[in-house]
Design a protein around this ligand. Sequence first.
Ligand SMILES: [Zn+2]
Length: 244
Amino acid sequence: MKLIQLEKPIFLIFIVIIFFSCKESEQKPGICLSFDDNYLEQWVGILPLLDKYDAKATFFLTGVGKLSEQEKAWLKEIQEAGHEIGAHGELHVPANSYIQSNGYRSYWQEEIQANVDALRAIDIRPKVFAYPYGEKNRIMDIALRITFQVSRSVVPLGEGYEEKALKKRPGFHYYSISIDESELPQVEKLKPLMERAKAEKKVLFIHAHTIGEQGAYTLSAQRLETVLAMGKDMGLDFRSIQNL
Ligand SMILES: [Zn+2]
């Protein structure tokens, strides 16, 4: 009888701990915005715009070993502004066809390790990786867990694919929708996805490449501001992927 009486408060403490730990791990809805490749001059130009919306983004870098001193300085400026620097493959090759021709070992050494080493040489330790061309490889995705917290590929908007770009934690692989003008002619199409992210407490993954007025892999600063304002109006914060 005495034992049962002693157990009761312990049981209640347990319930309280579980309640608060559940509350803490509840996903805060948000947006993970990333930029791919190495358009450093253009990216450094949007830092004030990101800052205006208190937005943090992830910049996935390729060809780091070939960056000029000026580009490396811009990269540091981006990092010092609180944004995340991720790995995007040193060679920027499509994973599956490269692996088919050259093997997994070569892909790991030339694409992944060389990229990580080049970033480490300038004191950047990437925790996230984005596949070039969004071409995911299942086996490599297992190996990537040794070095990274997250891998990212891409998914087209439409036909229900966008379901994949809305995700709850925890996870290793995430899919992202391009917001480049050529890929997403109507930026308003992001609105229902943002609404769902908010309602379902999920994180929406979107990405772009360079900043400009025309051309493939381009989005204008004006369109970027539209996206940032849309997210902010909905109360969604833009966060780096490692802070997912
Ligand atoms: Zn790329």
